[in-house]
Design a protein around this ligand. Structure first.
Ligand SMILES: Cc1cc2nc3c(=O)[nH]c(=O)nc-3n(C[C@H](O)[C@H](O)[C@H](O)COP(=O)(O)OP(=O)(O)OC[C@H]3O[C@@H](n4cnc5c(N)ncnc54)[C@H](O)[C@@H]3O)c2cc1C
Length: 404
């Protein structure tokens, strides 16, 4: 496994790091306004970020997902805007689903719009809960050759600005436990209602809202994968996005380090720079190690995903877990080392507010641990040695939930 960037990836890293600086300039105002940076979004779309890993025959640049990681890491190192980055990550997820699961007609219908930068959402969470997807109620009922979709999703990133949605729901006619299905839906039209923008603590630059579907007519073409195959498709896409969280966190932490390092070398206390104190150095080294863990795990997870190795899911969850935990640790250390300046209502404390959200969005840290344990149990069942004192893996799997 190589975690080094080749010359092309270095170029991508630098290009998107340069574009990220414009995102950072507008981030504090966009946080106050709870709005996405549409200009920068269009700029990175025009630069071709969405096309990087898309085959040339589908209008892409024919690169690899490791090229995408390089671009995302570059952007994350300078953008200082978690909402913008989370939007990027979700957009890449929608593209990956279409590439992996879409029929030629579905690709022709939705891929060009996503490649141009039309924003899509991924909607799983409902009022009944986000961690436990088995409680979802949104349903598409059979109607002639098609379906009628009704139900409500909540806390959906970019719902107020999106035009497309990847929506998890049920087809009740398939029967319980076989009915979860993933739909690609155009969000314009009178039967789709978007709620008020939610007033969140952080990650405000990707505004969240509810989406209500009121008898929206769909056809088979709206289903991604097979009817009833939604959990598998979701599982794959969630794993992919979890792995990307690591690259994003690594870039953001490197940004925290750059800011904090400058501050502690310039600021003096007791006649010397803050940076000569080992307690201060310890905080910075913890931040650096946090970035290294996130970055290395991302590459390891992508390697296992690419090769279809059974432990890939554990690595993806571990990557999301450490991304959330290390980003928060890093942001907290940054605020602490900036002293009273870090505690002001400014970009330093904004990054701490944002980091708190990353432990929840994309599946909470505790849900990642649950997933890791479930996967361990599943793998244990395939081991040649028998142990008497572990729970029956089949019973554990029966309970396994795939979290948002
Ligand atoms: C900024 C932001 C953006 C979001 N964007 C989207 C989006 O675009 N699309 C979408 O579908 N959802 C989105 N969400 C929702 C998110 O996926 C959910 O908030 C998350 O999955 C947790 O679900 P919940 O909020 O219902 O918490 P709950 O499921 O009610 O959980 C509450 C707490 O209990 C813990 N918990 C739950 N079950 C267990 C258990 N068995 N053992 C131990 N602890 C447990 C959880 O870890 C959590 O800490 C977003 C959330 C945030 C904060």
């Amino acid at each position: 496994m190589s975690v080094c960037r080749n010359a092309h990836q270095e170029e991508l890293f630098n290009t998107y790091a340069t574009l990220g600086r414009s995102v950072a300039k507008a981030a504090t105002q966009n946080d106050a306004d709870a709005t996405l940076d549409h200009d920068s979004w269009q700029t990175i779309s025009d630069e071709g970020i969405w096309r990087i890993a898309v085959p040339t025959e589908l209008g892409g640049l024919g690169g690899s997902w490791k090229d995408v990681i390089a671009a995302l890491e570059g952007l994350s190192t300078t953008a200082e805007d978690l909402g913008f980055l989370v939007t990027t990550l979700g957009h890449l997820g929608s593209i990956k689903v279409l590439l992996d699961e879409g029929t030629p007609r579905q690709k022709a219908r939705w891929l060009p719009r996503l490649l141009e930068g039309v924003i899509g959402v991924t909607a799983m969470t409902e009022e009944t809960g986000g961690s436990d997807l088995s409680r979802m109620q949104l349903a598409a009922r059979q109607n002639g050759n098609g379906f009628i979709m009704s139900g409500k999703k909540v806390h959906i990133t970019n719902a107020p600005v999106a035009q497309l949605g990847m929506i998890a729901g049920r087809i009740p006619a398939l029967g319980k436990k076989k009915d979860i299905t993933l739909f690609f839906v155009d969000l314009e039209g009178p039967s789709v209602r978007i709620g008020e923008i939610e007033d969140n603590l952080g990650i405000r630059t990707s505004p969240t809202a509810s989406i209500e579907f009121d008898d929206v007519p769909l056809t088979l073409e709206n289903i991604i994968g097979q009817p009833g195959d939604g959990l598998r498709v979701l599982y794959d896409i969630i794993a992919f996005e979890r792995a990307l969280y690591g690259a994003m966190a690594a870039g953001l932490i490197e940004n925290h380090i750059m800011r904090t390092y400058t501050r502690v070398t310039e600021r003096h206390a007791f006649g010397k720079p803050l940076s000569v104190n080992q307690y201060v150095q310890g905080r910075l080294t913890d931040m650096k190690m946090g970035a290294i863990v996130c970055r290395t795990l991302t590459y390891a997870a992508f390697e296992e995903l690419d090769k279809g190795i059974p432990t890939a899911s554990i690595l993806c969850s571990a990557t999301k877990y450490f991304a959330g935990e290390n980003l928060l640790m890093s942001a907290e250390n940054m605020v602490q080392l900036f002293g009273h300046v870090g505690y002001g209502n400014n970009e330093i404390s904004r990054m701490l507010r944002d980091a708190l959200g990353m432990r929840i969005a994309g599946g909470t840290s505790d849900i990642q641990r649950i997933n890791i344990f479930n996967q361990m149990t599943r793998l244990q069942a395939t081991m040649p040695v028998e142990y008497d004192d572990i729970p029956d893996p089949l019973v554990m799997q029966e309970d396994m939930k795939i979290p948002a």
